[in-house]
Unconditional design. Structure first.
Lengths: 290, 792
């Protein structure tokens, strides 16, 4: 399901009969710029399917229109600490760093320290609170509409804990693989704050309005409890990755999205990405004919 | 301060009493056909003294006893020469005949450019409703805001952005007045069209600089639009049908009886777009709606010879709904009641009471989380103004301007029993006062000045709860992370109803000087300082209907600007051509910009989302007009730069504003082939507007994300476009008129934006692909249209 901006865009294109989009990738030369360190990943507490190891990935940036793989970083020293204990994360392959001993705990604040290229980067996140359970987890066949395809959509009911601030991220997996669409709607659907439904039971929530399933697919959805700063980071991330160029709505001037890593040696050489610590509620269902 | 006023007053008294025995000649200048009063008409006496009619068509001039030669001229009307013998205070009205009404005459001539050269005004452009209608228009819908963009120094970010930009200023820095009422959002259909129905417009005047002290409240410009008053002689009207909308206008006298001319008249116009009637054609939009409509009303009545009442109003709405996704409705409402009174032969008093409102609702129609969001801004304004025609060399205008604002930033209510909690953001109140004096003075035959002072004052009033932040400020900039951090709220202070929360004062000097080199050449210089207490906060590149107006207060300072402009005005070939050259420098302080990642919709603590910075804009504007002959038109060129600097944006350095455009060239022409055919064209050429290209990409949460370094560091391709129009006027005795137009005649795909994103589908299935692309978005190719107008 597309969101507001794409809907507006389509309609406007319809009004102004001959408006169009042209792929100009080949006409544009982007200026070269220095490579930045990027972190993708964090600590996940999952009591439904406990994880055997925790992992993060380190890469560098590359030219936006480049078609080659993201260059990864294999020579960094990575440590995560909770203020008392610390754990070394070891590079395995493709930029992935892993540790199988750390067990993330609710209420703890974790700090990652990365030493790379002679500079030290540090970032912190707090595993604020447990993710509420799904009250009901199901799927429903939906006919094609203007903005969505026909197929089985995952839905759930859940109750927000009253009188505390909660921030949620929703993740959907198809046959074990994480799936996401770079859609403008993500910033309204994949991350939500309980600002307007504190303490309420929510019914029929879609973890993702764009992804549908076929019979035989195995669908897994996660309700992830995240910190406020991670929520704000993701909100901005989803707004920018959903940019469809229309100046009518949802077209912020693009800007570098600031993560939570600080370069302790040279703060203008910023790192990108967010090191997170989250708690996950999860459920899985196999789509069958009802 | 006080001293200066007393001093000024003494000068005025001296001026007022000084001089030999003189008499006042005053009255109204009217259109002979409709009896409507004409504003801005030139009245030249004995080839020396000159004046113009005011906004109500009234003029007043002091003359010595004897015979005087009057020359009355006005664009599009035949010049009147009249000899008048003066031996007492005299009331004389003039009736002008439209030139076009004379079918034998093919030539179009506008008034001689004398006015431009002799007036102290500079950086002012005016357009008449008739000119607007002759220009080629998108989908045949003539539009004042689009027409203004053909003049130097006026532009817009792209075809679908609300409003317009003046000399690099942002959209919210324009004061848009419709019969004195503030219009808070001037766009229909997300900016493709403006809220102004060209049929109902009599005249529009845009001040880009040298803004007189009678206006205040916005930094960059004043657009003063006057609606037509209606025919005082007979009932009539017109109907129009175009591709996008249908419209109707009726006008006529009020209580005419057997008289030739009634004491009053009315005009009522309405328009509705009907593009939505075709949505059934596509399955996709069967259950969607999209339309706008608006109504304009004006009525006036002469209570007696010296007192007139005016009532005018506007109501417009846009509605847009997509089934199960969203619905939105927005629009302006305004009403103004004016009373003008000729107190004596020298004093003219006008008093207006004005109501303006802008509101929008946004319905989230997603299953399970349906809610309605409502937001509005309402203002009540009273402004009495006294004009004192002291003598032929001195005119004083003075008055006060009081506006009370009520902001309702937002209210959420659940729809269809969804689990959304109802919530209401607290209302905000403000009181804006202005006191001004403006003196127009002819010092010598060659030197004229117009200067004035405006004192403005804004108070944020209770009842409101104000948050107090830990460090005293809502945001702290952290250089290590290059971000703003929101500070903790330590307490809230409750202010009682009408209690002052915060007060600001602004002293706004304004001045313009004209030096006449000779009859055909003049030099002008002007300066103005402007304060703006309201901010339109938008987190998109160009404004949308859902942007929020916010008043200055504890955490948001007023914006202010200084502008200096210099100009050279000349005419040649006996006034057949005239040329204006102006250059300006503008400095802006405390302009608002949102911080990176700001979330403005549904955010109550707006102060935590915006930062204030500074701006500068400078440029050169040239306009060459051809005023006479079968072929008329203008060529305009603008060379300009506009930059902004805000802590936390673009590494804290100046960056090009969204409105920045180095070169812009407009060529506009009208050709009258014969009695029936009129042709028009415009050609626009502009250098590319700023755009931000990514400097890198990376992956995060399964998506490809762009990294950016310099805000607005790149440029879109150059913009150029040719539009054509042809008008087939009715044969003698017939009343129908056909207008054909082709916008973007050679089908250039101009870039409205270029954006970079991840390819989001494979084989029609939506999914993140990891592949990236750059896409150019163009709004329209060639757009032919046809419309029909019928006068009765």
């Amino acid at each position: 399901m597309k969101n507001i901006s794409s809907a507006l865009l389509i309609l406007l294109l319809f009004i102004i009969f001959s408006s169009c989009e042209t792929d100009v990738s080949n006409d544009i030369t982007l200026a070269k710029s220095p490579l930045r360190l990027v972190i993708d990943g964090g600590l996940e507490r999952n009591t439904v399917t406990p994880l055997s190891k925790q992992q993060i990935r380190l890469t560098t940036t590359t030219n936006f229109l480049s078609t080659t793989d993201q260059p990864f970083v294999n020579d960094a020293q990575v440590t995560i600490s909770n203020g008392i204990d610390s754990w070394r994360f070891i590079h395995t392959n493709n930029g992935f760093y892993e540790n199988s001993e750390i067990i993330p705990e609710i209420g703890k604040t974790y700090t990652i320290t990365i030493l790379w290229n002679g500079e030290t980067y540090q970032g912190t996140d707090t595993l604020v609170q447990e993710a509420p359970k799904f009250d009901k987890f199901y799927y429903k066949y939906e006919e094609e509409t203007t903005f969505s395809d026909a197929g089985y959509y995952i839905k759930f009911d859940t109750t927000d804990p009253p009188n505390i601030q909660n921030f949620y991220l929703y993740k959907l997996f198809k046959n074990g693989e994480f799936v996401i669409v770079p859609d403008p709607g993500n910033s309204d659907v994949l991350v939500v704050s309980d600002k307007f439904f504190d303490g309420k039971k929510r019914i029929g929530v879609y973890p993702n309005e764009d992804i549908f399933f076929k019979i035989g697919d195995i669908a897994t959805a996660q309700q992830v409890s995240i910190s406020e700063t991670y929520y704000e980071y993701l909100k901005e991330l989803f707004i920018q990755t959903g940019n469809v160029g229309t100046p009518i709505i949802g077209n912020p001037p693009p800007a570098s999205i600031r993560g939570n890593l600080i370069n302790l040696d040279n703060h203008t050489n910023r790192a990108l990405g967010y090191f997170y610590a989250v708690d996950i509620e999860e459920n899985t269902v196999t789509i069958t004919e009802n | 301060m006080k001293k200066q006023f007393i001093y000024l007053f003494c000068i005025l008294c001296y001026l007022a009493t000084h001089g030999q025995e003189k008499f006042t000649v005053n009255g109204y200048v009217k259109d002979n056909r409709s009896g409507e009063k004409l504003l801005g008409v030139n009245i030249i006496v004995d080839n020396t003294y000159g004046t113009t009619t005011n906004d109500y068509g009234f003029y007043s001039i002091r003359l010595s006893k004897g015979t005087h030669q009057f020359e009355i001229s006005y664009l599009g009307y035949k010049v009147i020469h009249k000899e008048i013998f003066v031996n007492s205070n005299t009331k004389t009205d003039f009736n002008l005949n439209e030139e076009l009404a004379e079918l034998d005459e093919i030539m179009i001539s506008s008034n001689k450019p004398q006015k431009n050269i002799k007036s102290t005004e500079m950086s002012v452009v005016s357009l008449k409703g008739e000119t607007i209608k002759k220009l080629p228009a998108i989908l045949g819908e003539p539009d004042i805001l689009k027409s203004l963009q053909l003049l130097p120094g006026v532009s817009s970010i792209n075809e679908a952005s609300s409003g317009f930009n003046v000399r690099g200023g942002s959209v919210d820095q324009n004061l848009i007045l419709l019969d004195e009422a503030t219009i808070y959002n001037a766009s229909h259909l997300f900016g493709f069209f403006s809220v102004f129905n060209s049929d109902a417009i009599k005249n529009a005047k845009l001040y880009k600089g040298g803004i007189p002290s009678i206006y205040g409240g916005r930094l960059s410009s004043v657009l003063d639009i006057k609606q037509r008053e209606g025919n005082v002689k007979k009932f009539g009207g017109n109907l129009g049908v175009g591709l996008i909308s249908a419209k109707a206008l009726i006008e006529g006298p009020i209580l005419k009886g057997d008289k030739e001319e009634a004491n009053g008249s009315y005009m009522l116009a309405g328009r509705r777009s009907y593009i939505d009637l075709f949505t059934f054609l596509t399955e996709d939009f069967k259950n969607s709606s999209l339309f706008f409509y608006d109504f304009n009303l004006k009525a006036n009545y002469d209570i007696n010879k010296n007192n007139r009442l005016f009532l005018s109003g506007y109501f417009g709405r846009d509605k847009f709904e997509l089934e199960k996704l969203l619905g939105t409705i927005w629009g302006n409402t305004s009403a103004s009641l004016r009373w003008t009174s000729v107190l004596n032969d020298k004093l003219f008093l006008q008093t207006s009471a004005i109501y303006s409102n802008y509101d929008y609702t946004l319905d989230n129609l997603r299953t399970g989380s349906e809610f309605r969001w409502k937001s509005n801004i309402t203002s009540y304004n009273i402004k009495p103004r006294l004009s004192w025609y002291i003598n032929n060399n001195n005119t004083l205008k003075t008055g006060i301007d009081v506006t009370y604002y009520n902001f309702k930033p937002g209210k959420i209510s659940p729809l269809k029993g969804s689990s959304i909690n109802a919530e209401k953001f607290s209302n905000k109140f403000g009181l804006e006062n202005g006191v001004y004096a403006d003196l127009k003075q002819n010092i010598t035959n060659k030197l004229s000045v117009q200067y004035g002072l405006r004192w403005s004052n804004f108070s944020r009033l209770g009842k409101e709860e104000i948050r107090i932040y830990k460090t005293g400020k809502p945001l702290t900039y952290i250089p290590e992370l290059d971000i703003y951090k929101e500070n903790k709220v330590t307490e809230t202070v409750t202010y009682k109803s009408q209690e002052r929360i915060k007060t600001f004062n602004g002293i706004e000097p304004r001045a313009s000087i004209r030096y006449l080199l000779n009859d055909n050449n003049s030099l002008k210089i002007s300066y103005n300082k402007m304060y703006q207490y309201l901010h339109l906060i938008s987190n998109t590149s160009s404004p949308t209907p859902l942007d929020v107006w916010s008043p200055s207060g504890r955490y948001l300072s007023p914006q202010y600007a200084d502008q200096l402009a210099l100009g050279y005005f000349t005419s040649f070939k006996e006034g057949k051509y005239d040329l204006n050259v102006e250059t300006y420098y503008k400095k802006l302080e405390d302009v608002t910009d949102f911080i990176d990642g700001a979330d403005l919709l549904f955010t109550e603590e707006i102060e935590t989302q915006v930062a204030q910075g500074k701006g500068r804009a400078y440029g050169l504007e040239v306009q060459l007009n051809k005023n006479e002959g079968k072929f008329t038109g203008w060529l305009s060129y603008t060379l300009a730069k506009s930059e902004t600097k805000v802590l936390g944006i673009n590494n804290n350095a100046y960056y090009p504003s969204n409105t920045d455009q180095l070169h812009e060239l407009n060529l506009v022409g009208f050709y009258k082939l014969n009695k029936r055919w009129d042709f028009g064209f415009n050609f626009i050429f502009g250098s590319g507007r700023p755009v931000t290209y990514p400097t890198g990409k990376y992956r995060q949460n399964g998506l490809v994300v762009g990294d950016y370094n310099n805000r607005n560091g790149n440029r879109l391709p150059v913009y150029h476009r040719l539009d054509l129009s042809a008008t087939l006027n009715p044969k003698k005795g017939k009343r129908g008129k056909w207008i054909f137009s082709i916008v973007n005649a050679y089908n250039r795909k101009n870039a409205a934006s270029i954006y970079f994103n991840e390819i989001g589908e494979i084989n029609d299935v939506e999914i993140a692909t990891g592949k990236t692309k750059a896409t150019k978005l163009s709004f329209f190719g060639i757009v032919p249209s046809i419309s029909y107008e019928f006068k009765f």
